[in-house]
Design a protein around this ligand. Structure first.
Ligand code: 13P
Length: 257
């Protein structure tokens, strides 16, 4: 593992903990950080709690991510949030192209690529999500779908010299308690890294590829032990500091070997 591929454990809080409870959770996560020196920790609270959580985490080795952005910097886009606004709120990261955005809010590959470009311009590190639905998996189309989603933003990330993370999140594994097995995850992660390598060897060696989809304390170790799994994007289990800490602890123990 290259130094750029330090384990990254990110918590996607989705539409939960948007106020004072979010700040409490951020504080609890920050208290875990000293025992997790080999792991990068990121939390993605809802927009309404971003600035307060970022303030809570300042100087405490936990960084904060937005869950989405609009690709424009400013303008008449009621209800939207831009990359410079996320920076102002104290974010260093942003989750983009999550399957819930793609499926429930109609985000197409090209729109996701615009968002990735906007994030990188502003100095945010994007965590770009890709992943197939159950129908696509059973139809044997997993690698085709993931590579289509990846190709849409590949030129953007290859042109930027800045780090980017990619999260492989099979849609059928999100919130279902059905995770991909380590071998299934590894197959897709390796394919993603091969794709990156087709653009540049440096891009392949510096890009962290996270697994997401029902990552829990009891399956984290096996998933994180796979060669091309550089971390996890955790949904439900990130809403409890002890579970999130146990997942990050599995990454820490593997990195210490
Ligand atoms: P769960 O961990 O709840 O399955 O959610 C995964 C996810 O969507 C993270 O972005």
């Amino acid at each position: 593992m290259t130094p750029e591929r330090r384990p990254l454990i990110a918590g996607n809080w989705k539409m939960h903990f948007g106020g004072a409870a979010g700040v409490e959770l951020a504080q609890a996560v920050a208290q875990l950080a000293p025992a997790l020196a080999r792991v990068d920790l990121v939390i993605a609270p809802p927009f309404t709690a971003l600035a307060a959580c970022a303030h809570e985490c300042e100087g405490r080795r936990v960084q904060v991510a937005g869950q989405n952005l609009h690709p424009g910097d400013a303008g008449a886009f009621t209800g939207e949030i831009s990359a410079p606004m996320l920076i102002d709120a104290g974010c260093r990261w942003v989750i983009l192209g999550h399957s819930e955005r793609r499926q429930l809010f109609g985000e197409a590959d090209a729109f996701v690529a615009e968002k990735v470009a906007s994030a990188l311009r502003a100095g945010l590190t994007p965590i770009v999500c890709v992943g197939e639905t159950l129908d696509e998996r059973t139809g044997g189309r997993t690698l085709e779908v993931v590579s289509r989603q990846l190709v849409a933003f590949l030129d953007v990330i290859a042109a930027a010299q800045a780090p980017v993370a990619i999260a492989y999140e099979p849609v059928w594994a999100i919130g279902t308690d059905k995770n991909a097995g380590p071998a299934e995850a590894q197959e897709v992660h390796a394919a993603i890294r091969r794709h990156l390598g087709g653009k540049s060897a440096a891009l392949a060696s510096r890009t962290r590829i996270l697994y997401g989809g029902s990552v829990k304390p009891d399956n984290a170790r096996d998933l994180l032990a796979a060669t091309d799994v550089d971390g996890a994007l955790v949904g439900g289990a990130s809403l409890d500091a002890a579970s999130f800490g146990a997942i990050a602890g599995a990454a820490e123990a593997l990195a210490a070997r």
